[in-house]
Design a protein around this ligand. Structure first.
Ligand SMILES: Nc1ncnc2c1ncn2[C@@H]1O[C@H](COP(=O)(O)OP(=O)(O)OP(=O)(O)O)[C@@H](O)[C@H]1O
Length: 250
């Protein structure tokens, strides 16, 4: 579980995050949603420690990331897996070299052990025969799968995904969402997904935080989202034409 308490962050005197608190639960994807430029990525960066908040704290299973000592920070960092927007694969490395990269840089594992782990992760994401392929030979969905395999190769307790569906068609997006949901459950990870994709929200949104102009305005599940009585969120979700037509039918 990850808990954020009263996070605030300004850039050049401009408040971007305003006193955001929330709990991200273990074993499921927790979605951070909201319009463009509203502070979702800054929130994620504060949680991961890429940006230091001006105020507030981030607790990883009760370990305070910013107040903790150096060893605590290093330990937490090692328990984090990241799926970057666009996959962020190394173009000059094969699929298996990409997936093995965190093991090469962060562990002292023996070669065979690494190979076993890489093969396990590639199989888990449905790419068991792609070891020797180059990223240029892969579809967008396959690249995301490689990114997911790399993110989980170090057996993380926490998985962060920034817009995992960007650039994917709706059907592939659903498959990637379901994969993220399944591995979060299987490995009991606390997963945080930043998205503005309403398909993801209605598909895997068991826990959702809605951010509006740097504030958390609502927290709940996909079943509660259509009757939240929060006008700003209605404006956001019903801007989507499919959602809007569903509302008209209700
Ligand atoms: N390092 C930075 N320095 C100054 N301003 C920043 C910095 N990082 C983000 N911002 C600003 O903070 C605001 C929120 O940005 P953020 O990337 O969190 O939005 P977002 O909700 O993730 O949007 P999108 O969905 O478009 O990615 C933006 O106005 C952005 O310009």
């Amino acid at each position: 579980m990850i808990e954020v308490r009263n996070l605030s962050k300004s850039f050049n005197g401009r408040p971007i995050l305003k006193n955001v608190s929330g709990v991200f639960e273990k074993g499921k994807p927790n979605l951070i949603i909201g319009a463009s430029g509203t502070g979702k990525s800054v929130l994620l960066k504060c949680i991961v420690g890429l940006v230091k908040p001006d105020e507030g704290s981030v607790l990883y299973d009760n370990r305070d990331f910013f107040e903790g000592d150096r060893d605590t920070k290093i330990a937490i960092r090692r328990e984090i897996g990241m799926l970057f927007q666009g996959g962020a694969l190394f173009d000059s490395k094969t699929v298996e070299e990409n997936v093995r990269f965190p093991l090469d840089t962060l562990t002292k594992m023996q070669r065979e052990e690494k190979q076993e782990r890489v093969n396990f992760c590639l199989k888990r994401v449905g790419l068991e025969n792609a070891n020797k392929k180059m990223p240029s030979e892969l579809s967008g969905g396959m690249k995301k799968r490689v990114g997911i395999a790399r993110a989980i190769v170090n057996n993380p307790n926490y998985l962060f995904c920034d817009e995992p569906n960007s650039g994917l068609d709706p059907q592939t997006s659903i498959l990637i969402d379901e994969l993220i949901q399944d591995i979060s459950e299987d490995f009991n990870m606390t997963t945080i997904v930043v998205t503005h994709d309403m398909n993801s929200v209605m598909g895997i949104g068991e826990k959702i935080l809605f951010i509006y102009k740097g504030q958390k305005l609502w927290e709940g599940t996909k079943n509660e989202i259509t009757h939240s009585n929060v006008q700003e969120m209605d404006d956001f979700i019903f801007a989507n034409k499919v959602m809007s037509s569903l509302r008209e039918k209700q």
